[in-house]
Design a protein around this ligand. Structure first.
Ligand code: EPS
Length: 385
C-alpha cells in the first residue's frame, strides 16, 4: 500500500485542502494533536504578522475517520485561511518578478503575466497542509516506536556548536525538548539569544535571515528503504522530501559534509557488541547505510536560504515597461527557520511512514504491527541472536 499526499489551495485563497490516501485502518486520530502540530509550525521568533496575528490554524477532518480512528479510506482535511477575508477585491497585478521567488520561472512556464498567480501557490503557506497530513500519520509511527524531533542550529551567522555524528537518541530527545520552549527552537540558550538579536538586526536592516536545523527520528527499525534500486534508497527519498520545503537549499544526512573531509577509517561507525546485541560506536551515517535505515537514529541537517522578500531594494525588470525596477515589497517573514524545522519533521514522518507501509503494510494497523514484531524477533536467518 502506498501512502499519498495531495494538497491544494492558494496562500490567500479561502482554504488549504489536504487529501491523505493509504493510511491503514485503526490509527488513532486526535484533532487536538493535529492542531498542536499546526501551532508549532505557525510560531518562531521572526515570523510576520500573518502567521502570528492573523492565522489560528485548525484542520477540520472531513472524511476517512470513524469514531476516533482511521477507516482505511482517504482522509480529507481543510484549513481555512483567515487572511482571505482581508484580501482586496481588485488586487494590483505584480509585473516585476522578485528575484529568489518562483515569479519569473513560474510565470514563464505557465504563461501568466501577473506573478501573483504564481506566488499564491508557491507560498510556504502550503506547508501547513503538509504538517496536518503528517500529524495524521505520526501516531502510526509511534505504534512502531518511532519518535520525531527537531531543533534549530543556526540563524544567519549565529550558531550553536553540534557534533552531528555523536548524538544519541537520548541527547537528541533532550535537545528537542529544550528547543520546544525556545523562541527560535534552539536548545542552546546563549546561541538562542544571539539568534534573536540577529533577527532583530536583520529587521532593522530591512533584511531576512536563513539558517540550519536538525530533524531526527530515533526508533526507526532496520531495513526501511532499499539498496536494490536507486529510487528506493531511503537517503535519496529523505533528501527529496526535505528539499521540497520552500527555501531549503541544502540537505545533509548525518555529518555528511564533515565526513567528506575524513578518511575511510575515521568515517566508519564501528560495529560492536555481540550478535544478540549489536551496538554502533558512532552515527556518522546519520542512521542510513546502503540506502536503508540501520537502526540508529535518523539525523538530518537542512539549510534554509534567507527569504527572498526584502524591504531593502532588489534588482529586477518591470516586464510591462522593460525598464529596470525594484520589485514591490510583499509582506513576508524575517526568518522562518524555526517553522521550517517543524515542516522538516513532517516530511521526515511522511517518508518514514511511506517506507514502513512498503515494508509491513498496510490495510490494518494490527496486521502491520504483527508483521513488524515478527521481523524484529527474527532479524537475520542463521545468525545467532
Ligand atoms: C509566505 C509569506 C507570508 C508568510 C506565509 C508564507 O504570508 P503573507 O504573504 O500573507 O504575509 O506568513 O506563511 C504563512 C502564512 C504560514 O502560515 O506559514 C510566503 O510567501 O511563502
Amino acid at each position: 500500500m502506498s501512502l499519498r499526499l495531495l494538497t491544494a489551495g492558494e496562500s490567500h485563497g479561502p482554504e488549504l485542502a489536504v487529501i491523505v490516501e493509504g493510511v491503514p485502518a485503526g490509527v488513532e486520530v486526535d484533532s487536538d494533536e493535529i492542531d498542536g502540530q499546526l501551532e508549532r509550525r505557525r510560531g518562531g521568533y521572526g515570523r510576520g504578522v500573518r502567521s502570528t496575528k492573523i492565522e489560528h490554524d485548525h484542520a477540520e477532518i472531513v472524511s476517512g475517520v470513524s469514531g476516533s480512528r482511521t477507516t482505511g479510506a482517504p482522509l480529507a482535511l481543510r484549513i481555512v485561511n483567515r487572511d482571505f477575508a482581508n484580501q482586496p477585491s481588485a488586487p494590483v497585478p505584480l509585473t516585476t518578478p522578485r528575484p529568489g521567488h518562483a515569479d519569473l520561472a513560474g510565470a514563464t512556464k505557465h504563461g501568466h503575466s501577473d506573478f501573483r498567480v504564481v506566488r499564491e501557490r508557491a507560498s510556504a503557506r502550503e506547508t501547513a497542509a503538509r504538517v496536518a497530513a503528517a500529524a495524521v500519520i505520526r501516531p502510526f509511527l509511534k505504534e512502531f516506536g518511532i519518535s520525531l524531533g527537531s531543533f534549530v542550529v543556526a540563524i544567519g551567522a549565529a550558531e550553536m556548536p553540534i557534533d552531528l555524528g555523536r548524538f544519541t537518541a537520548e541527547s537528541l530527545r533532550e535537545l528537542a525538548a529544550a528547543a520546544e520552549a525556545d523562541p527560535v527552537r534552539c536548545p542552546d540558550p546563549a546561541a538562542s539569544d544571539r539568534m534573536v538579536a540577529a533577527i532583530d538586526r536583520a529587521r532593522d536592516d530591512r533584511q531576512t535571515l536563513g539558517g540550519t536545523f536538525v530533524v531526527f527520528a530515533p526508533g526507526v527499525p532496520i531495513g526501511l528503504g532499499s539498496y536494490t534500486h536507486w529510487d528506493l534508497r531511503l537517503d535519496g527519498r529523505l533528501a527529496q522530501a526535505i528539499c521540497s520545503i520552500p527555501a531549503i537549499k541544502g540537505v545533509e544526512i548525518g555529518p555528511g559534509f564533515e565526513l567528506a573531509t575524513r578518511t575511510g577509517t575515521e568515517g566508519q561507525d564501528a560495529i560492536l557488541g555481540s550478535p544478540d546485541k549489536l551496538v554502533r560506536g558512532s552515527n556518522f551515517a546519520g542512521g542510513v547505510e546502503g540506502g536503508m535505515s540501520n537502526g540508529q537514529p535518523i539525523v538530518i541537517r537542512a539549510a534554509m536560504k534567507p527569504l527572498s522578500s526584502t524591504r531593502a531594494p532588489a534588482q529586477s525588470v518591470d516586464l510591462r515597461t522593460g525598464l529596470a525596477a525594484d520589485p514591490p515589497y510583499i509582506r513576508s517573514d524575517i526568518c522562518a527557520v524555526p517553522a521550517a524545522a517543524v515542516v522538516g519533521e513532517a516530511m521526515l514522518a511522511w517518508v518514514l511512514a511511506q517506507s514502513l507501509l512498503e515494508r509491513f503494510g498496510g490495510d490494518r494497523l494490527d496486521l502491520d504491527l504483527a508483521g513488524f514484531r515478527e521481523a524484529s524477533a527474527n532479524p537475520i536467518p542463521g545468525v545467532r541472536g
